[in-house]
Design a protein around this ligand. Sequence first.
Ligand code: ADP
Ligand code: MG
Length: 289
Amino acid sequence: MTARPSSISSSSSAVQSPILDLQGVTFAYGDGEPAISGLSLSVLAGAFVAVVGANGSGKSTLARLLDGLLLPTSGRVLVDGLHTADPEARWEVRRRVGLVFQNPDNQIVASIVEDDVAFGPENLGIEPLLIKQRVDSALAAVGMGAFGRHAPDKLSGGQKQRVAIAGALAMQPRILVLDEPTAMLDPDGRQEVMEVLGRLHAGGMTVVLITHYMEEAALAERVIVMQGGRIVDDAAPADVFTREHPGLDLPPAAQMAQSLRARGLRLPAGIVTVEALADALRPLIRHAD
Ligand code: ADP
Ligand code: MG
């Protein structure tokens, strides 16, 4: 997957208002310490944002606030201009935000792939012909067009998760929020899902990816680091991963670059992807061709 140069998105989005706009959001479960504290965040349409942070830092709570499944204790969450706390906007907010969770088995409800993907639009009362078109196009978007008549329980983890993403896409959301969608997948499955996200982003979808794999975060345009319910860093991957964040590893390519620098190789700063590492190493090993 190739990350789009950030200059493209920032120049094209300079005139847009944010598709996600959180102002001073605090959320507490019951009487406990807030899981999210005074958090402000705005995300432009078409952005690919990764959210990282230790367990318990508030990432899943943030995902649920974005979808209106949870409402802020104070502050406000606007999704595509709609206030999530507005009872009249509730269903529209859920339709505009596609949520994908960690465990594909918990998200797949039907025994045939295309029925599963059709589930959401059927609940919206959309006419069958249009549902069929949506299902076909959602399955094509995740590279599962040939699996419509298959049984989900016979699919690999990566394929199941792609069906779950297709289910979200069939609702024609404006934003996809994925909460550790690759955590239960093998390396092939993780790669399949990341390739799908790259393609959706290239097609204009706004993607918010919560992940604990730093190599996945390195592929986003922007990385948000959470700690104790707050945002403690928010920048391009090449910048975020040059800073120390307690409990956060560097992406493997950045670790490798660091080790090679320590052994005397002159590598530029800001290497966070395997692609960037390969580009930096190529001139140094050209004589080996
Ligand atoms: P993350 O996804 O980053 O691991 P969470 O958003 O799940 O973080 O959790 C943030 C904080 O909220 C943690 O302290 C967690 O224990 C608490 N929490 C999460 N879900 C619940 C819940 N349903 N009830 C009470 N506390 C919760
Ligand atoms: Mg979580």
